[in-house]
Design a protein around this ligand. Structure first.
Ligand code: ATP
Ligand code: MG
Length: 437
């Protein structure tokens, strides 16, 4: 099998080979190349020792990224990570090897890698090195650990979440023993830093296989977001819902556009439903779950060290996901006034939520009608905000308004314009004057 390498990778391999060393592209890059996917980064493994790597690339800027683990980054046009073949020692903390030692064997280096599909190496001279059947697993769409799943997941708990992420990203199914160990050892994810969990969670949510991955591994997802646990299997007792809360959530994530904040919002939008559940003759209700869910989501995202902009967006989307949508043009302008451009992701979340409720994925058409109206209002430049009003604060001051009155008057003029009053300067000034008298 011949694989296309990036120029940087080719150069790096040739420079190391030229000095008598062995060098391969390894891991995710090879997996992605075999699958015809674009790779995010390029890793090279070599039998050269770190000092020897630095010497070979002395003409380049070289960063000693992880010298202790044998990794240096060579700053070619795109950075390439070059790591000395190594074997990992014992894992004391459930995440990092206590010590690493270098080896002369690419096969030994591949054996420390997490999954067979990631334990591949390639160079144009020797071709593929595939000691654990990674190519066959790619062909069959199977995620399988290199060696005993129990042992490999116990060594480094992050691998459990990486496993869910690869199922989602690659559309793979975990091989039964691997899947079983992931579920059983999921609680161990508490040993992993919030940043790493959050990063894997986001990649999981964005993958094309997210529905199957989330559905297959509730234990793992709930180890990252324990607040989701009550949702698993929670019956809604509602004729509007065919699915339990967790299954509904998984479907909403999959039906939402591939935007990080939107998918996080979909994951967390119904998180407080179990706590808000009431039952009467008409069925199950979840009064107040958007507001309480929104603040719960904020706590969760804070704990996961999400950036503030994302947390704000997600909290907003959840708070409003169940709002009633209006019909009239004036009402849609009010929505734009209140929400600005966030109205559009909100409508997308509402559609994903609706599609996720019933087996037939029916979406009420009025959500799209609101979207079209909002787009039309923006396109035709109609006024829906103070900044679009034909008068401003200085005009109000000139008419004698002071302090809070200025804003209040502008707001009431905006109300009138939204109701259909012409957004004309002279007419608005006259109105403002009348109000003052
Ligand atoms: P992506 O770049 O899309 O995140 P990747 O498979 O390339 O996916 P990286 O984190 O870039 O993942 O790691 C590169 C390679 O290093 C992996 O393919 C795998 O062989 C190995 N690896 C990474 N993290 C681990 C881990 N926690 N345990 C064992 N091997 C790992
Ligand atoms: Mg990678």
């Amino acid at each position: 099998m011949e694989l296309r390498l990036t120029d940087e990778a080719k150069t790096a391999i040739d420079m190391l080979s030229g000095r008598g060393f062995e060098a391969y592209v390894v891991g995710g890059f090879v997996r992605d190349a075999v699958m015809g996917r674009q790779s995010s980064d390029c890793d090279i493994a070599t039998n050269a020792l770190p000092e020897q790597i630095q010497e070979v690339f002395s003409g380049f800027r070289v960063l000693p990224t992880g010298l202790r683990h044998g990794t240096v980054t060579v700053l070619t046009e795109r950075p390439v990570e070059i790591t000395t073949y190594r074997v990992d020692g014992s894992y004391g903390d459930g995440r990092h090897p206590d010590a690493v030692s270098f080896t002369k064997s690419i096969t030994e280096d591949l054996a420390r890698r997490d999954f067979t599909v990631n334990a591949l190496a390639y160079n144009p001279y020797s071709g593929l090195v595939d000691p654990f059947g990674g190519i066959e697993d790619i062909r069959r769409g199977l995620l399988r650990t290199v060696g005993s799943p129990e042992k490999r997941f116990s060594e480094d708990k992050l691998r459990i979440m990486r496993g869910v992420r690869f199922c989602s990203q690659l559309g793979f199914t975990a091989e039964p023993e691997t899947a079983c160990a992931m579920k059983r050892l999921a609680p161990g994810l508490s040993a992993v830093s919030a940043e790493r969990k959050y990063s894997e969670l986001k990649k999981t949510l964005m993958g094309p296989g997210v529905l199957a991955a989330l559905t297959a591994f509730p234990q793992v997802i709930c180890a990252v977001v324990p607040e989701l646990a009550p949702c698993v299997g929670f019956e809604q007792h509602s004729r509007y819902h065919d699915f339990d809360v967790y299954t509904h959530i998984c479907r909403a994530v999959a039906f939402a556009p591939q935007d990080e904040a939107l998918r996080l919002a979909a994951l967390l939008h119904d998180i407080d439903k179990p706590a808000r559940f009431t039952l009467d003759a008409r069925g199950g209700h979840f009064y107040g779950h958007p507001a309480s869910g929104s603040s719960k989501a904020r706590q969760i995202l804070g704990r996961l060290r999400a950036d503030n902009a994302t947390a704000d967006r997600v909290a907003f989307l959840i708070l409003h996901h169940d709002d009633k949508l209006p019909q009239s043009r004036a009402d849609v302008k009010r929505l734009l006034r209140a929400n600005g451009e966030l109205l559009f992701p909100l409508l997308s979340l509402m559609e994903a939520d609706a599609a996720a409720k019933k087996t037939d994925r029916a979406v009420p058409p009025h959500i799209d009608e609101v979207r079209r109206l909002a787009q039309d209002i923006i396109r035709s430049g109609e006024c829906f905000s103070l900044s679009g009003l034909a008068v401003n604060g200085d005009d109000m001051k000139a008419l004698g308004y002071r302090g809070r009155e200025i804003g209040d008057c502008l707001e009431s003029l905006l109300d009138m314009v939204i109701e259909g009053f012409p957004n004309e300067r002279e007419q608005l000034l006259q109105q403002a004057l009348n109000k003052r008298l």
